[in-house]
Design a protein. Structure first.
Length: 112
């Protein structure tokens, strides 16, 4: 029976040592957990700032693409108009016929 009691006492001492190690590890984990929470909130802020910056970049890019498309469309319309107006030789404009005035002969009266 004494051996049993001796083993139980050894187990109790070992259990106290293990419990002390577990409690120490638990306080370390709590400290790491608070650090991790701080890093997590900092990361969330950085991600939010990145999202805002990307949204602004996309809006700027869309603005440039639409503006460039409008300018290219206007340029294409101008070039097409110029080409179509000057593609075929234009006939020379007809000059209106010149006005010819004929004077009517006046009957000559005999002299008296």
């Amino acid at each position: 029976m004494e051996t049993r009691i001796a083993r139980l006492e050894e187990f109790a001492i070992d259990a106290k040592e293990r419990l002390a190690r577990i409690e120490a590890r638990q306080t370390e984990l709590a400290a790491h957990q608070s650090e991790l929470a701080a890093h997590q909130s900092e990361l969330a802020n950085k991600v939010g700032a990145l999202q805002v910056e990307m949204h602004k970049g996309f809006a700027d890019m869309i603005k440039w693409v639409v503006g460039t498309a409008i300018v290219l469309g206007g340029t294409a319309l101008t070039v097409i108009t110029f080409v179509l107006n000057n593609a075929t030789p234009k006939p020379s404009p007809m000059t209106p016929p010149s006005v010819v005035v004929y004077t009517q002969p006046v009957p000559v009266q005999p002299a008296k």
